[in-house]
Design a protein around this ligand. Structure first.
Ligand code: SAH
Length: 257
């Protein structure tokens, strides 16, 4: 019997966390894409307040910090990621204006209209795209921006195998026009939308995982949970190669009105 299509929701959080703490990114993306998204944001100065929600170990946050002025707070549910985040902020001498804190995206520690920019790469699915856009809006100043990347369908219809995979992994997956409409309905002007290039998955997300998977299996030799988790990751990678014309990550940038 194959364990390949076990649901991601069945795995232990600590195990997933430990695995993803060994790679630079916890979701698809790249420095080039972070900078492209940043190029649509025109309101920042050294007093600006920026939040990176679901920042993980901070791969994209450090890129952002090197190219945008202002104070950046990274927030993630997991202490292990935040510890690595803060070590990196120090390594790049950004610790005075870049801070990682543990917290949840459904209870953000910001005041109303405090933020100039909300950033979130590959993380808003944890609360849901629509819910996140609606709930986070109050923290933004009028004229402030939100920039989030999110898995999206490229076509109206998809093969059953990939449809079933994503319906299990994330029911909020939708087409690009529907997501743009959700952004507009939540009270933002949809400023820009672009599809992340394939190398955000292959080179920056899946390639570093090849070695990480070998190390992880070696460390957890004989642990069936760990083996199943890696089998699952490999299945997901194969699905991407098989069905990449039907889905991918999309950056959505909106301005609060
Ligand atoms: N932005 C990073 C990480 C994306 S993976 C990158 O692009 O590499 C999604 C992240 O969301 C993980 O780091 C996970 O720990 C975090 N996360 C999951 N649920 C969360 C919650 N409720 N609040 C804050 N962060 C959460």
């Amino acid at each position: 019997m194959s364990n390949e299509n076990k649901s991601i929701h069945e795995f232990d959080f600590d195990l997933i966390c430990e695995y993803f703490s060994t790679v630079e990114r916890q979701g698809p993306g790249s420095p080039e894409v972070t900078l492209k998204a940043l190029s649509f944001i025109d309101n920042l100065n050294s007093d600006s307040r920026i939040a990176d929600i679901g920042c993980g170990t901070g791969g994209q946050t450090m890129v952002l910090a090197k190219h945008a002025p202002g104070q950046i707070t990274g927030i993630d549910l997991f202490l292990l990621f935040i510890d690595l985040f803060n070590l990196d902020a120090k390594r790049f001498n950004l610790q005075d204006r870049v801070k990682g804190i543990v917290g949840s995206m459904d209870q953000l520690p910001f005041g109303n209209e405090e933020l100039d920019l909300i950033w979130s790469e590959g993380a808003i699915y944890n609360i849901g795209f629509e819910r996140g856009l609606n709930e986070w809006r109050k923290f933004l100043k009028t004229g402030g921006y939100i920039a989030v990347s999110e898995v999206s369908w490229f076509t109206d219809e998809r093969p059953a195998e990939i449809e079933a995979f994503w319906q299990d992994a994330y029911q909020g997956i939708d087409t690009i026009p529907n997501k743009v409409m959700q952004m507009q309905n939540a009270g933002y002007i949809p400023v820009a939308t672009f599809i992340l290039p394939e190398n955000c998955w292959t080179e920056h997300f899946y390639a570093p995982q090849v070695v990480a998977q070998e190390n992880f299996l070696e460390k957890h030799a004989g642990n069936i949970q760990a083996e199943e988790f890696i089998a699952n990751q490999r299945y997901e990678t194969n699905l991407y190669h098989k069905y990449k014309e039907f889905y991918g990550y999309v950056f959505y940038i909106g301005k609060k009105i």
